[in-house]
Design a protein around this ligand. Structure first.
Ligand code: FMN
Length: 367
């Protein structure tokens, strides 16, 4: 455990340990995408709680990319001061923070006034909605919007950005042969399906330079037999690391396959922890950038073993840090019992019910 608690460098970011708080939508932003004071406080609290790097909840790069009410925005320069407050809040407490930027494409479930769009006009298996196929102009506009969002994050003082290319959102839709049936340069073999993500990455680099940290969260597989498979994901990750990506966070699944989704339920024993570890073990030796593993990590023993065995370089937790924002401090102080979170999933939707992202299971967390 002590090795995990030593300072390290994560893709150019100096962090105080190898624990990451994975991106967590809090549902606490205004209709314009501005975080509430309580949202900013979440990042202060997490930084105080000792986690090495915080990845923010996903922020839309254009209004049409908004998935859900209360989502953070990064689509307008007017939001820079509020983004600055978020970054400053984490920094004041000695933490590091990266902004996750996203476009939800066909999964845009929130009424933005725009029709949903995706790589192809294929009915979404979750919403049942039929997106319109993106034109080359749409693609160019969205790629540009990612670049501008990253520039705003840099101006606001974040330590980097993370491109959300996982969980069935737009970049993930392009990677999937199910949702991407295009016959132009963006569809067909994986080299083409990855062109959107590579374009987003290069545009971000154009805006923020080669030295500022750019990370990506990506599915190791969509786990649904028709989507992105493991071999193609490995090819994309290898290529991204060659292109200069600073770190890759390996997740998996999409809302179409809940039991094999990114946030699996009932992680109540060590054998269920780290559900993407097999893929991480396969991917890591082939990457030239750090690998962050996410998904059901709950106990120090498991995480220590994964680190010792070289499965990943950094370890990302979401739900345990909703329940115990000071979990890393607790482990640091010598109390090494596992996170109390067992992934009941009730934190999903907690903000809609109570106005704040919170653990709904442990009494003291529900004020
Ligand atoms: C309430 C909630 C919000 C989430 N929001 C995001 C998000 O904005 N972006 C993202 O990439 N993943 C999001 N996730 C997925 C988590 O980052 C993580 O990949 C997943 O929950 C597995 O980690 P865990 O087992 O430690 O919870 C969210 C998960 C939860 C429970």
């Amino acid at each position: 455990m002590n090795d995990l608690l030593q300072p390290a460098t994560l893709g150019g970011i100096s962090v105080r340990n190898r624990f990451v708080r994975s991106a967590t939508h809090a549902g606490m932003a205004s209709p314009e995408g501005e975080p509430s004071d309580a949202y900013v406080e979440i990042y202060r609290e997490l930084a105080r709680g000792g986690v090495g790097l915080i990845i923010s909840g996903f922020a839309y790069v254009e209004k049409r990319g908004k998935a859900i009410a209360g989502m953070l925005g990064a689509d307008d320069d007017a939001l820079i001061p509020s983004l600055q407050r978020m970054a400053q809040g984490a920094h004041d407490e000695g933490g590091r923070i990266v902004l996750q930027i996203a476009h939800c494409g066909a999964l845009g479930r929130f009424d933005t006034g725009f029709p949903r769009m995706g790589p192809s006009a294929i009915q979404d298996r979750v919403t049942g909605a039929m997106p319109v196929e993106m034109t080359p102009d749409d693609i160019a506009r969205v790629v540009g919007a990612f670049g501008q969002a990253a520039r705003r994050a840099k101006e606001a003082g974040f330590d980097g950005v993370q491109i959300h290319s996982a969980h069935g959102y737009l970049a993930s839709q392009f990677l999937s042969p199910y949702s991407n049936r295009r016959t132009d340069d963006y569809g067909g073999p994986i080299e083409n399906r990855a062109r959107f993500l590579f374009g987003v990455y290069e545009e971000i680099r154009r805006q923020v330079g080669r030295d500022w940290p750019v990370l990506v969260k990506i599915n190791c597989s969509d786990f649904d037999s028709v989507g992105l498979n493991e071999d193609d994901s490995l090819w994309v990750c290898r290529r991204l690391s060659q292109m200069g990506m600073n770190a890759i966070e390996l997740s998996g699944g999409s809302p179409a396959a809940i039991s094999k989704g990114p946030s699996r339920f009932h992680i109540d024993r060590p054998e269920r922890e780290g559900y993407f570890q097999d893929q991480a073990r396969r991917f890591k030796p082939q990457l030239s950038c750090p690998l962050i593993l996410v998904g059901g990590l709950r106990s120090p023993e498991v995480i220590e073993r994964l680190f010792r065995e070289g499965a990943a370089d950094f370890f990302s937790l979401c739900r345990p840090l909703i329940s115990e924002p000071a979990l890393i401090r607790r482990w640091e102080s010598g109390d090494r019992s596992p996170a109390r979170c067992q992934s009941c999933g009730k934190c999903f939707g907690s903000a809609a019910k109570t106005g704040r992202l919170r653990c709904m299971t442990f009494a003291e967390a529900v004020e």
